[in-house]
Ligand binder design. Structure first.
Ligand code: PGA
Length: 311
């Protein structure tokens, strides 16, 4: 099974180094595992053309069989966990990057209630998390915008408002109901394409015919916070990313017409997925605790008004 998982990662990434990074293994270990598997099968699994590697026919057949085996193994694990109830089991949660300010805090008390449960949390931006959802790799997914057109079940469980942040002392800081058009021409720092925050901000601006000057794209909320505080520009960020102990004191939320963008965190899983006992317990726990999650309050943020954005 271990060799198959290594082989599957190499096949998905079409490369040994990316597979090694995903699996947190050294590249020679990955190559060795694939070599041993090829020896066991008796046929080469990859062929190298130029700098790229491709699956051979034997490789493709093995990948398909591997996928069936992983499914069967996951079902077996679930049956075993169900037999053990909540005493023991595994919970695989995938969360979009911004949800990392919310989900671990919820996981803490849940793990204390169920000390035998092993939790694995994967964090990635919205596109990466959607790919995992498509491959049915996790028990539950936490995200801000469940994808449209995918056969999934989603349930909102907490608020996730998006605001425009500026350095304290910015000329618009402290002004009330600033027209959205005032943002045009100001330098903006945006999350990378594929981020849910970026998508929500882009949709909001497009609906209102506003074009921003994007000076820089950054792949993390933390980098954005530091860059805004450093005066490089303004940015759209979830209030959760600015939480009480997450926000540098040097940031403020601007009071802009139509903001905050009112959004939610959703619990998502593929339709028809049979949730394990542990996953059902976590689902129920999120639904119950979601309402108690306090949205951080920041200077300039108004608790009323704003624009509701549907997923
Ligand atoms: P992101 O998603 O972390 O990919 O930006 C957050 C969200 O959808 O709110």
């Amino acid at each position: 099974m271990r060799q198959l998982r290594v082989f599957d990662a190499v096949a998905r990434h079409s490369g040994f180094s990316r597979a090694a990074a995903e699996l947190h293994l050294a590249q020679p270990t990955v190559s060795m595992q694939v070599k041993q598997l090829a020896a066991a099968v008796g046929l080469p699994l990859f062929e190298q053309i130029g700098k790229k590697i491709y699956l051979t026919d034997a490789g493709r057949a093995l990948q398909a069989t591997g996928a069936e085996m992983f499914d069967a193994w996951a079902r077996l694990e679930m049956q075993m966990a169900d037999l053990k109830g909540l005493k023991q089991g595994r919970l695989r949660v995938a969360a979009v990057t911004t949800a990392k300010y919310v989900v671990p805090r919820l996981l803490g008390p849940f793990c204390q209630m169920h000390p035998g449960v092993d939790v694995q949390m994967e964090v990635g931006n919205r596109s990466a998390i959607i790919e995992r959802l498509e491959r049915n790799e996790d028990d539950l997914t936490i995200m801000g915008m469940p994808p449209r057109g995918m056969d999934i079940v989603s349930h909102p469980f907490a608020e996730n408002p998006l605001v425009v942040v500026a350095p304290r002392g910015h000329v618009l800081a402290g002004r009330r109901r600033v027209p959205l058009t005032k943002l045009e021409g100001l330098p903006f720092l945006m999350r990378e394409q594929g981020s849910g925050t970026r998508l929500a901000a882009d949709r909001f601006l497009k609906d209102r015919g506003i074009r921003l000057t994007i000076k820089m794209e950054l792949g993390s909320n933390e980098a954005i916070k530091q860059a805004v505080a450093g005066g490089l520009g303004l940015s759209f960020l979830s209030l959760h990313a600015l939480g009480p102990d997450a926000a540098p004191r040097s940031l403020v939320a601007l009071n802009i017409e139509g903001l905050p963008i009112r959004r939610h965190w959703y619990i998502v899983h593929p339709a028809g997925k049979r949730l394990s006992v542990v996953a059902q317990a976590f689902y129920g726990y999120l639904k119950q605790e979601g309402g108690n999650i306090r949205v951080p309050v920041l200077t300039g943020f108004s608790a009323t008004g704003g624009t509701v954005q549907r997923a």
